[in-house]
Design a protein around this ligand. Sequence first.
Ligand code: ARG
Length: 597
Amino acid sequence: GRGGGKGSAVELPPGGVAMAAGCFRRSIASQLSKVLDLPPENLIKSISAVPVSKKRHVADFQLSIASIIENSSGDCSAQDLHLQAQQLAERLQCDSVVSAISAGPGTVNFTINRELLAKTVLQQVWKDGSEYGVKSELFSTVPRQKAVVEFSSPNIAKKFHIGHLRSTIVGNFIANLKAVLGHEVVRINYLGDWGMQFGLLGVGFQSFGNKEKLKSSPLQHLFEVYVQINKAAEDENTKKLAKDFFRKLEEHDEQALSIWQQFRDLSIEEYIRIYKRLGVHFDEYSGESFYQEKAQEVLKMLEDKGLLQKTIKGTGVVDLSEKKDLSTVSTVMRSDGTSLYITRDLAAAIDRMNKHSWDTMIYVTDKSQSNHFQHLFQILKLMGYDWAERCQHVSFGLVQGMKTRRGEVVFLEDVLNEVRSRMLQNMTSTKTTKETQDPVETAEKVGLAALIIQDFRGLLSSDYQFSWERALQSRGDTGVFLQYTHARLHSLEQMHGNAELTDVNVSCLQEPDAISVLQHLLRYDEVLHRSSQDLQPKHIVSYLLTLSHLAAVAHKTLPVKGSAPAVAQARLCLFHAARSVLANGMKLLGITPVNQM
Ligand code: ARG
């Protein structure tokens, strides 16, 4: 029969097609469906893998009674639920997949045949590789979509603050997640490349600019010029010159435009180089400047639709109040007829729909812009664009206290350099650190992992206090720990040769610490599913931290070295599977796993 006697090897079915881990859920659901007389599809959602805890090995899956009787009889007491669980458990039978059934408070618990569990999980990880968990039936009902993800979006010549960093890593995560789940993703950087700052920069560059410096480090130089000219701009004459320069830009004066173009091009070049260090790329750098004229068309459309109202001051507003009494308005036009931030955003949203016909569009910024996006979506709705409902603002909280040796964060590059040098210092001061081929590169990747994990551990909406020390701890729930675990598992494989799945004896993987790892691997699809629903990376983060802890324990108690060949091989397979899923999850979060540190 299935599962076989003791000592059976994994038999890969012909063609190497493995049994899906989801098969367990389906198999349980089909038995339940006969007893409960409900379609199995409705039951699958109520069956979940049991999180590995201290009271481990209770079971592998559980059915929540409350979730299946939801609609039938209304509220149930805890006692009721327990009773129902017991009654249901009694009516179910073990089979070739399920080896034990029990009732808990409000749940029916299922234990999977031990060897089948090991065999299935390992096969699945092998077969699906970087798509492990993604092909789960949990996603089978989700249609393939096209998603626009707009993130990072710094302003040229202004500070790249921590909010931009957060937007960059959160947006990258969301785009990665959508892409791995099979959706088409367009990554857009909505650069702040227009506005009065370019009037000031144009004038400032004449007095304080240096062509060499602009070429070698444009972001830094433009920022310096901007700071200097801002001081000078207290004088009325400079102010006037800056205004004139910006007016020239708006009127497409060729000379002014070519200066602006140079500022923009050189800045983008440098951004691309720095984003690369972060492992981030964009499909489009279409910033605010691109929507300058289209914003005028939007004003025209608003006027035609009777949505644009003039105030006494001459500005143009859209009435967003329910009672249409102008109690909530959004200003879309200055008194001189020029557009505002929100007008350009209206133009950008409409343009992206025309260009990409996306199914969802996600904007990633800090929560201070929540009102802005609410207004934006409301106006689109009023304009008759039903797709406004498919726009989403993913907002995040504020981060306090991030300082580098140079002081307050002004450039993204400062943060990257700081985390790299701090990590390098930590690495050279700990004796356990092995000789690495490229310590600087390793320090950067480990340091970035530390930043990302610190940022992703909590709910995105919560504020937190930044701490280099906490982020860079080698023990505890940090990115350093994830990287360390990955490197250790990798070197294990290096030392003992690659694991071969075909001749693995799964009966060698029955120790509690091995089972814990397997049970945890079984849950990966559910965790991905949760993050895909609420777009919170924290589910994946805590999953990977637990995986690392479990793998570290197993690494200690289940040695490969000195074990009988069959045992050693089986353990290598287990560790390979753990490392593979760890690497998948890390990449999803925007972390590049290191092989040694
Ligand atoms: N450049 C803006 C800022 O730094 C962020 C842009 C956000 N995206 C948008 N479509 N408005 O505050």
